[in-house]
Design a protein around this ligand. Structure first.
Ligand SMILES: Nc1ncnc2c1ncn2[C@@H]1O[C@H](COP(=O)(O)OP(=O)(O)OP(=O)(O)O)[C@@H](O)[C@H]1O
Length: 242
């Protein structure tokens, strides 16, 4: 087990965005987090990564209680999150954006540039190396966000809707890459609405509904779970489990 939440609750005013959420993630697996709009998925990521403090409960990462640790120290320890709305430095080139991230672990700029270049090539962004990040098309911005996260050398990577807004053709290489990262021993937690990809990739699926854990298990069992199917009724077709 590399990540564990124990009884984590987070409220906004009277609204319980997370209500005593407990779950754990095994090292080297892909864990998907799904749930209808407003279920608490983004809040869960914010609490895991340290941008928001829960009112109660504990977060354990890589053998340590990180509940009180600020976000940047969690990231430095290997608990890294990407954002739904990507946040590169728009005026900097793709290479410089990734080099800044790689520099967190490497002593010289030369080493950081070499590592960043390798990551960019691997992600399939090589053609954009010297383009300002602000000029990238949507799919390439997603790839850049992932490249920046990977340059931080995460142990656990929290990916927020990394497939949203990509065409099916653009999704395939991303799905392949995520599978490769798992094979290399990285642990991935995905908030994702693209259900076919979730079903293909995830080892386990956590289903949130109105801040609570509705179900947790292997993808095939989750897709058959009548409570899960009910929670998704009325959602748009992208959310359907079929
Ligand atoms: N900063 C905030 N202040 C007040 N309410 C918030 C805040 N952040 C989230 N909420 C509320 O908490 C609940 C859970 O929101 P959250 O964004 O975590 O859900 P989600 O599952 O990520 O939804 P979506 O799929 O639409 O992104 C929602 O009712 C939302 O309106």
């Amino acid at each position: 087990m590399i990540l564990r939440m124990e009884g984590v609750s987070k409220a906004f005013g009277g609204l319980r965005a997370l209500d005593a959420v407990t779950f754990e993630v095994e090292r080297g697996t892909i864990h998907a987090v799904i749930g209808p709009n407003g279920a608490g998925k983004t809040t869960l990521f914010s609490v895991i990564s340290g941008e928001q403090r829960p009112e109660s409960g504990r977060i354990l990462f890589d053998g340590q209680d990180v509940t009180a640790r600020p976000a940047h120290l969690r990231a430095r320890a290997g608990l890294v999150r990407t954002f739904q709305l990507t946040r590169p430095f728009p005026a900097l080139s793709v290479l410089d954006n990734v080099t800044v991230a790689a520099g967190a672990h490497l002593r010289t700029r030369k080493e950081a540039v070499a590592a960043a270049t390798g990551t960019i090539e691997r992600i399939g962004l090589g053609a954009y190396l010297s383009r300002p990040a602000g000029e990238l098309p949507a799919a390439a911005r997603k790839q850049l966000e992932l490249a920046r996260a990977l340059a931080l050398r995460p142990k656990v990577l929290l990916l927020d809707e990394v497939l949203a807004g990509l065409t099916p053709a653009e999704r395939e290489p991303m799905i392949t890459l995520l599978g490769e990262l798992r094979a290399e021993g990285m642990t991935l937690v995905l908030v994702e609405h693209v259900m076919p990809a979730v079903m293909r990739l995830a080892d386990r699926v956590l289903v949130l509904d109105r801040g609570s854990v509705l179900a947790e298990g292997e993808p095939a069992a989750i897709a058959r779970d009548p409570r899960v199917v009910t929670a998704y009724l009325g959602e748009d077709s992208d959310d359907a489990l079929a």
